[in-house]
Design a protein. Structure first.
Length: 431
């Protein structure tokens, strides 16, 4: 795999070496566990309690070393603008307590990003995390495919409800699973291309195929659209004939399969499809209606919005929405189902545009590192970053999933992929 010598800032003269020689190792070990637990809903307690423990360790690290761990990155400015503006908007929210809690989650995401950038810059850590995340993707995808086979769609109604059974693997729901797959499939595919050892390429390739199958079995149209966009970007960046042919074949096969299912569904109900809405514009119509309903709200409060947080819009407008739907029989989604609109309506137009700026800055930083990275295998990180930003942006145009553990996983991916900038701070340099 090439030279995996450490690129972490030298700490030979630090007090940590003399007093707490294992503190850095403990923090990195906790980060490994924290990252591993993110997609598993039954390990959510690790994410919650682990972050508190991490904060304590970081404070201790700063005290012992008499310096901070923040390093400059290419995405600092848009991230700071987003965080600051959301913070400014909180006191003006309709429900400040709720928005403050959601703002705290945004701060947590930013903290995880900078911790990962500093403590996991070592090439060995980044290679190990490739194995960890691709391995987790394989397990999650295999479980999702098994769920589909073990629990057929026909007649699978939840007790006391009209909701069809949807595969969710180890995640809280189908929408979380599709977002997770959109996030990690690019990484697995990149390893399949850039790994130097044959068995690594084969393993990553099998995992990628399994994950794509799992994505298709969710029957998520937004997930499929994001996946197709990722495939196109992947082919453009990798520029390998065999990869391009494979991706073109995958796209054509997917389009043909969808067309066949649509034709069949017109004549006969398909047993394994989770509900007829998958072949209608019902969900899209509901989203368009709520987007049109939200635009006047955004123009009423263009600077600070009505309150930051995914659920805030519905909490504030649910009575008005109910009255409107009763009077007009209009189909309307409960939430905004769009990350940009949630930002712009919730925290003001500056926050919405800061979000777009941030996504652009992250993709550009990933592309720059992809072009400059000399280590063959580690090129997988920035390549995956550029692709997943495109996929997640499209995915989040139809559902606001830049939240919770999926947002934390996103920032882990960014932290492991961007190139830190040189800093004049003591002991801090570019990796």
């Amino acid at each position: 795999m090439g030279d995996l010598s450490s690129s972490r800032p030298s700490s030979a003269d630090s007090i940590t070496t003399a007093v707490l020689p294992n503190l850095d190792l403990i923090i990195r070990g906790l980060l490994y566990l924290y990252i591993f637990a993110l997609p598993f809903k039954r390990l959510l307690f690790i994410e919650r309690n682990g972050f508190i423990i991490l904060l304590v360790l970081l404070v201790l690290w700063c005290v012992v070393n008499r310096r901070h761990f923040f390093v400059r990155t290419p995405v600092d400015l848009p991230l700071i603008v987003l965080v600051v503006w959301v913070g400014i908007s909180v006191p003006f929210a309709t429900f400040p307590a709720y928005s403050f809690k959601e703002f705290g989650k945004l701060l947590q995401q930013g903290m995880i990003f900078y911790v990962v950038v500093y403590f996991l810059r070592d090439a060995k850590d980044r290679v190990r995390l490739l194995a960890l995340l691709v391995g987790s993707l394989a397990v999650v995808s295999l479980c999702g495919v098994w769920e589909f086979e073990a629990k057929p769609w026909m007649g699978q109604f939840a007790p006391g409800s009209r909701a069809y059974f949807l595969i969710e693997s180890f995640l809280p729901a189908e929408i979380w699973l599709t977002t997770y797959l959109v996030t990690l499939i690019p990484l697995s595919a990149a390893v399949a291309v850039y790994a130097a050892v044959r068995w690594q390429r084969v393993s990553a390739g099998i995992t990628t195929g399994l994950a794509i199958l799992c994505q298709l079995l969710t029957f998520s149209r937004a997930g499929l659209l994001a996946l197709l966009a990722e495939a196109v970007v992947f082919a453009i960046l990798v520029r390998k004939k065999a990869v391009t042919i494979l991706i073109v074949g995958l796209i054509l096969a997917s389009v043909a399969a969808v067309a066949v299912l649509v034709v069949i569904d017109k004549h006969k109900s398909i047993p394994f499809i989770p509900g007829q809405v998958k072949f209608t514009a019902y969900n899209l119509e509901a989203r368009l209606n709520v987007w049109r309903f939200a635009l006047p709200k955004m123009l009423e409060h263009p600077l600070v919005g009505i309150g930051y947080g995914k659920d805030n819009f519905y909490i504030v407008t649910k009575e008005e929405q109910k009255r409107l739907t009763d009077e007009t029989n209009m189909i309307m989604a409960a939430g905004l189902h769009n990350t940009f609109l949630d930002m712009a309506v919730g925290a003001g137009l500056p926050a919405g545009f800061a979000y777009i700026w941030l996504m652009w800055a992250i993709a550009r930083a990933g592309l720059e590192r992809f072009r400059s990275e000399s280590h063959q295998l580690l090129r997988a990180w920035p390549l995956a970053l550029v692709i997943l930003v495109v996929g997640l942006f499209i995915r989040n145009c139809f559902d606001h999933m830049w939240i919770g553990t999926m947002a934390l996983l996103f920032w882990v991916m960014v932290g492991l992929s961007v190139q830190p900038m040189r800093s004049s701070a003591k002991g801090v340099s570019s990796s």
